[in-house]
Design a protein around this ligand. Structure first.
Ligand SMILES: *Cc1c(COP(=O)(O)O)cnc(C)c1O
Length: 389
C-alpha cells in the first residue's frame, strides 16, 4: 500500500453512523453507566473522540507510539519541556523558532532549566556541551528562516551517550519528508498550524512519542496542564492530513523550481534552500528528507537594506505579505521586520538573518504564475529584467 493510501484510510469511518468524515464531538462530558463505567471517555480535557482520531493518525504518520494534540505548536513545546526538572539542561539548535527561545528564556530559565545554544549543523560542537545534566537535545531541521539542516541520526547517537532524549521540531519537513523517530529521535513536535493544517485557517500543535513510557508521561502532562486542541480544530487538522502528501510534494516541487530560477538572479546575494546542491547540508537533507525539501526558501538581496526588501515584499501579487507558512496560498515575509523583529540587529545578522532577507512560503498555485510574480516584482523594484540583466 502506498503511503498516501495508508494515510487516507488510517482515518476511520465513524462506527456509530458510517459517517465518512470524522464527527466533531462538541461535548465537555460523557454520560456514564455507573460511576467509572463508561465507553472510554469521561471528560473532554482528558479525552475526546475527535481528538483521539487526530492523535492516532499523527502517531501512525510519524511511526511513533502515541500522538497528542495541543492548542498551538508552542503548547506542544511547553508540554515537552515539562518533562524536565530544575537543574536539567537542554542543548538546542541556535536558530530555534523564536517562540521556543522566548519560552525557554523568559519562562523556564527562572525554574532552573538551562539551555545551551549551538550550531547543530556541526555535531562536533554538541559533544563538549553534553553531560549527565543534559536531558534534551532540541533540534529543528530545516530551521527558520535560513533552512539549516542538522544530521538527526548522528546527533541522536551522540545524545544517547549521556542518556539525553532527542526532540525534533519537524514542522518544516512534515512527516511526508522526514521521520525523526526512525532516525533515532525520541519525540517529534509539530506546529500543525503550518503544513499539517495547510490552509492558514488553524492554530494547533502535536507531539509524537517513540516509547510507551514517554507516551504515559506526555499524556499525564497534557491532562494535568490542559493545553488541549478543541474538537473543531482537531477536525480541521485531520482534514488537512488527508491532502498533506499531495500539497507537500507540489510545494516542494514548485519551491525547487523557484530556487533554481532565483539562483541566476543578479540582484540576489544568498539563497537558502536544502534542495539546492549549493546548500551546506544538501546531502544530509537529501538522505533524511526523502529528496523532498518543502515549500519554504529564503534569499537576501545584493542591496542588503531593510528598504529594498521592504519594497519587494510589499509588491508581489500572489505571494501575500504575512507571517506563517505551509498553507495553500503563497506567502512572503521579511523576517528582520516581522518574525525576527524582537532580536537585536547584530545578533540577528550573526544568525544569518540579513536586513534584506526575504522568506517565501510556496503554496499550491501554478508554478509558472509564481515565478512570473517574482520576476515582475524584480523588474518593478530594480527597473530591469533579471533575465536580460
Ligand atoms: C510556527 C512554529 C512553531 C510554533 O507554533 P504555533 O502553532 O504558532 O504555536 C514552532 N516551531 C516552528 C518551527 C514553527 O514554525
Amino acid at each position: 500500500m502506498s503511503r498516501i493510501t495508508e494515510i487516507i484510510h488510517s482515518i476511520p469511518v465513524d462506527e456509530l453512523t458510517g459517517s465518512i468524515s470524522v464527527p466533531v464531538y462538541q461535548t465537555s462530558t460523557f454520560v456514564q453507566e455507573s460511576p467509572g463505567v463508561h465507553k472510554g471517555y469521561d471528560y473532554a480535557r482528558s479525552n475526546n473522540p475527535t481528538r483521539k482520531v487526530l492523535e492516532d493518525v499523527i502517531a501512525k504518520l510519524e511511526k511513533g507510539n502515541a500522538g497528542f494534540a495541543f492548542a498551538t505548536g508552542l503548547a506542544a513545546i511547553d508540554a515537552v519541556i515539562k518533562l524536565l526538572e530544575a537543574g536539567d539542561e537542554i542543548i538546542a539548535v541556535d536558530d530555534i523558532y523564536g517562540g521556543a527561545y522566548r519560552l525557554f528564556t523568559h519562562v523556564y530559565q527562572k525554574f532552573g532549566i538551562k539551555v545551551h545554544y549551538v550550531d547543530t549543523r556541526y555535531p562536533e560542537k554538541i559533544e563538549p556541551l553534553l553531560s549527565s545534566k543534559t536531558k534534551l537535545v532540541w533540534l529543528e531541521s530545516p530551521t527558520n528562516p535560513t533552512l539549516k539542516v542538522s544530521d538527526i541520526s548522528t546527533i541522536s547517537t551522540l545524545a544517547k551517550t549521556v542518556g539525553a532524549l532527542v526532540v525534533v521540531d519537524n514542522t518544516f519537513a512534515s512527516p511526508v519528508a522526514q521521520l525523526p523517530l526512525e532516525l533515532g529521535a525520541d519525540i517529534v513536535i509539530h506546529s500543525a498550524t503550518k503544513y499539517i493544517g495547510g490552509h492558514s485557517d488553524l492554530v494547533a500543535g502535536l507531539v509524537v512519542t517513540k516509547t510507551k513510557e514517554l507516551s504515559e508521561k506526555i499524556k499525564f502532562i497534557q491532562n494535568a496542564s490542559g493545553g488541549i486542541l478543541g474538537p473543531w480544530d482537531c477536525f480541521l487538522a485531520i482534514r488537512g492530513i488527508e491532502t498533506l502528501e499531495l500539497r507537500f510534494e507540489q510545494q516542494s516541487k514548485s519551491a525547487l523550481e523557484i530556487a533554481n530560477f532565483l539562483q541566476h538572479n543578479p540582484f540576489i546575494d544568498k539563497i537558502h534552500y536544502p534542495g539546492l546542491k549549493s546548500h551546506v547540508n544538501h546531502d544530509v537533507a537529501k538522505y533524511q528528507q526523502n529528496n523532498l525539501y518543502g515549500g519554504v526558501l529564503s534569499f537576501s538581496l545584493k542591496e542588503d537594506t531593510i528598504e529594498a526588501a521592504k519594497s519587494f515584499v510589499s509588491s508581489t501579487r500572489y505571494f501575500k505579505l504575512a507571517e506563517s507558512l505551509g498553507g495553500v496560498k503563497s506567502l512572503i515575509c521579511q523576517p528582520a521586520l516581522m518574525t525576527h523583529a524582537s532580536i537585536p540587529g547584530d545578533k540577528r545578522r550573526a544568525a544569518g538573518v540579513q536586513d534584506s532577507l526575504i522568506r517565501l512560503s510556496v503554496g499550491v498555485e501554478n508554478t509558472d504564475d509564481l515565478i512570473r510574480d517574482l520576476e515582475e516584482t524584480f523588474i518593478r523594484i530594480f527597473q530591469t529584467s533579471t533575465i536580460t540583466a
